[in-house]
Design a binder for this molecule. Sequence first.
Ligand SMILES: *[C@@H]1O[C@H](CO)[C@@H](O)[C@H](O)[C@H]1NC(C)=O
Length: 336
Amino acid sequence: MAVFALLVTKHKLLLFVFGILTMLGLNSFIAVAELERFEQPIKADGSLSFLVVGDWGRRGGYNQSQVAFQMGKVGEKLDVDFIISTGDNFYEDGLTGVNDPAFEELYSKIYTAPSLQKQWYNVLGNHDYRGDVLAQLSPILRKLDSRWMCLRSFIVDAEIVEFFFVDTTPFVDKYFTEKKHSYDWRGVLPREEYLLNLLKDVDRALKGSNAAWKVVVGHHTIRSAGHHGNTVELVTQLLPILQANDVDLYINGHDHCLEHISSPDSPLQFLTSGGGSKAWRGDVKWWNPAEMKLYYDGQGFMSMRITKAEVDVAFYDVLGNVLHKWSSSKPLRSSA
Ligand SMILES: *[C@@H]1O[C@H](CO)[C@@H](O)[C@H](O)[C@H]1NC(C)=O
């Protein structure tokens, strides 16, 4: 408890120091590596389609293969441009190294449909941090399966929409105190510095974005009625940045369900796609029905089609049934 209190205090102190430096215009003295940026081309008709799946790698079990099969069908119908994985890619404990056969057995040999042979943008979940975290980030995996791309935090720039992938696991206090599991924090420590730099990078990148739509992707929930519920660390540290920068969508996994929660006071939507394999936890909490647009406790995935003017979201179960659809449009901004 004392260690925990000290951590919080140290974090606050760093934030304070950082705030003072910012006021003095000296924050450029804090060395910050910019988030790596990737260009994603859009279709000739100006649209972009993709699927989102999370919490999946279980050797095909717990309906992982059924979800993969339906993803293949929907992926073909929508002619998807890429796939997003919201993390917890390999259960239970990530990969043991770049030679871990689990990479092929839980990923390459499962998502075999032709329509899924596209770029996968992956983030890490807490279970991935329990293994050799550098293995999943290694370019060696890209040689084994060219679809694979996993970084901690990065930007995908698709002209009409910008995606900001955020490494959320290091935000969660309990992973740093629990004795039950060990986590591979190489590249994350010192933690306070890592988190401050990350928040600053995300904030700056969002502020600099001219895209019509801003989408943030992380493993952990911000708002969820599922087993894990809201992630308080993200509610206090990341959510204010999303709100201040008019982010349209926050997409996550972690809770093994499909879920859509709207905001009472802003356009920001919370979309959970964590139904890639084991689900049916059965402990859903009450949530204000005015905000809760979908809660499905079973397996499935999400699709999205984006144009400059419109976003269309759909959720599917293991049989490919559409569980929920949602659309949003915005007036086209003149590009002066
Ligand atoms: C697989 O999906 C079906 C249909 O939703 C469900 O009835 C079944 O319980 C699921 N199996 C597991 C292991 O979750």
